[in-house]
Design a protein around this ligand. Sequence first.
Ligand code: HEC
Length: 238
Amino acid sequence: MHRILFAALAAILASPTARAQQDSITRGEHDFRVCAACHSLETDRNMTGPSLANLWGRKAGSLPSFDRYSDALKASAIIWDDRSLDAWLTDPARMVPDNEMPFEGIKDSRVRADLLAFLKEATKPGAAPERTAQNRMNGMGGMMGGMMGGGRAPNLKALDATQRVTSISHCRDTYRVTTADGKTRPFWERNLRLKTDSSQDGPQSGAPAIVSAGMMGDRADVIFAAPGEISRTIEDHC
Ligand code: HEC
């Protein structure tokens, strides 16, 4: 009898804290969208910034797969933990002058606490879903959109015919892009951006992808597997 009473009491006492903690994580997940434009939570999936997977205990500027760290961050000797991350997110430029994270900081300490509560869970080893599982989830109506999907670019390995570029011609100030469905679309040359993605999410070699960009439908990106393909694909003729 005593034990049951004690268990009930413990549950009543514990639950408000647990709920508060859960609420904080949920708010933090929402706040993370700002970061997700540049950071993924998947191991070694780097974007503008390095992957944040397994962040706690990591030395700043030390992820081997990320090639774009500033010298300032690499030389900082910071180990990421609750305290150092709180200082970094308050004012990155103050903590590490000359770092290259284009982010001005979060002045509200509650927002930082929420963000760190979420990040501490989401960056634990094994917390991010497997790449394949995640792709499957993305296919299912983007259910993972909030948590992991923030800035996620679509995988370009499997393209439908409307996206697969078969040829590009350039004449005066116009590119004409032909896709595998037989359609050809003209673009003013300043509206077509030529990019590469050599990662496992990039297109197959020889099968560049066209992805519309911007709101008006007049701009697009053509993404190639490697820089050498760009000049090989574009024919200069009218
Ligand atoms: C516009 C892009 C951008 C945004 C937004 C951004 N970051 Fe960064 N972040 C970077 C870049 C680039 C670096 C590397 C900076 C350097 O080397 O000086 C970085 C570095 C970091 C690091 C150090 C990682 C390491 O391996 O040492 C952490 C932690 C971090 N960011 C967390 C965040 C969080 C949390 C947010 C959201 C509040 C955020 N960043 C928003 C681009 C961004």
